[in-house]
Design a protein around this ligand. Structure first.
Ligand code: NAD
Length: 347
């Protein structure tokens, strides 16, 4: 996009400057609240429409507000006094959710529309939007032997119906708030994020968590079987949560990336069959695979082309899938066992 604006240097972010995180009760928003707390920030406000007991993480010292951010007045309240605003709130889930609930996904546009306006009016210095690889043209993703997606592949636009179009439109808001109004915005296109403290059951979980849970269940029940959506040949890359939070921070504070969509994902491509084999190895089992060919499977293949992020940040998400899956499997196993013993866990 054309950039006519001069970029003024920000004052240094102070440890008590207010950081606002929309969707802080969710997986990535919760991890981000913890990340900034660990970095010594003392004035963090998290907002989510979920009741507080259902938040994945309640980070000590973080102000937690239970508000629906699709409402403009609530966004004003959320952004009062904000120096930086991170919007991680969206109605979303894995393929099972986004293929069935397109209207819900599209309605997330209300959240970004009101949050960015509220951030602007509150005089926030920077605004972050969590976009997705689903914003890319789906016609480029028909072959499991994928060519990795680079940033320019979003146009000509043919995004994932519902969810992907909402992301693309919200990206455009971020680009225009910078171009017309001078709000410094950051846009990261996440590629499948996974790790502890995320959705692992209930229908919104994504492939890594779903497979870890199914392996735990198969061991627990002694069934010896695992059901797999599709024929397992579909390929993806998966980014560990710690790489995601680090990437959000770095992209948000890069003056070269203002209002510029950038991939934030791992480029380690695996098929779903390979993902299952990795989890089996971690768990020390071999299961019989039952392929559900009529289940949602999404595009045939998708990977992140990291040429741009490497060039701009001299870094890319680099936690290996084996290491990340091990931590995720252990966490899900613990949740499963706790739930079995009747303890309350967040799913
Ligand atoms: P999540 O579902 O765990 O978290 C999203 C949170 O937003 C939830 O806690 C939900 O209650 C909250 N929310 C939804 N509607 C709201 C509303 N109206 N008001 C207030 N809160 C609301 O999802 P996540 O994995 O943490 O995803 C965070 C962001 O990253 C989303 O924008 C998502 O689209 C994007 N993203 C995630 C992935 C991934 O693999 N997890 C991939 C691409 C993009």
């Amino acid at each position: 996009m054309e950039k006519k604006r001069l970029i003024e240097k920000d004052p240094k972010l102070k440890k008590d400057d207010l950081i606002v995180i929309g969707g802080a009760g969710g997986f990535i928003g919760g991890a981000l609240a913890r990340y900034f707390t660990d970095k010594g920030f003392t004035n963090i406000r998290g907002i989510d429409k979920k009741p507080l007991p259902e938040w994945y993480q309640r980070v000590p010292g973080v102000e937690c507000l239970n508000l629906d951010l699709s409402n403009d007045k609530n966004c004003e309240r959320a952004c009062e006094g904000a120096v930086e605003v991170y919007n991680l709130a969206a109605d979303m889930g894995g393929m099972g959710f986004i293929e069935r609930f397109r209207v819900e996904c599209l309605r997330s546009i209300l959240i970004n529309t009101h949050m960015i306006e509220a951030a602007y009016r509150a005089g926030a210095r920077r605004y972050f939007f969590s976009s997705s690889a689903c914003a890319y043209n789906t016609q480029l993703q028909q072959d499991p032997k994928v060519t990795a997606l680079k940033e320019s592949d979003a146009y000509p636009a043919m995004a994932e119906r519902g969810y992907g179009w909402e992301k693309l439109m919200s990206e455009m808001f971020c680009e225009e708030y910078w171009a017309e109004r001078g709000l410094k915005t950051a846009i990261a296109r996440f590629h499948n994020v996974y790790g502890p403290n995320g959705t692992w059951d209930g229908g919104r979980e994504k492939a890594p968590a779903a497979i870890c849970r199914k392996v735990v269940e198969a061991i627990d029940s002694g069934s010896g079987k695992i059901s797999i959506w599709g024929d397992g040949s579909q390929t993806r890359s998966f980014m560990y949560i710690d790489d995601c939070t680090k990437g959000i921070d770095t992209i948000m504070h890069s003056d070269e990336l203002i209002a510029t969509p950038i991939n934030l994902g791992s480029s380690e491509l695996v098929s779903i069959n390979e993902l299952v084999s990795k989890v089996e190895r971690i768990a020390g089992v071999k299961l019989q695979r039952d392929y559900q060919l009529d289940a949602p499977r999404g595009v045939a293949g998708r990977n992140s082309d990291n040429t741009f992020i490497r060039k701009m940040l001299k870094w890319e998400p680099n936690t290996t899938l084996n290491a990340g899956l091990k931590a995720t499997y252990e966490w899900i196993k613990k949740q499963f066992e706790a739930r079995k013993k009747g303890r309350r866990v967040v799913e």
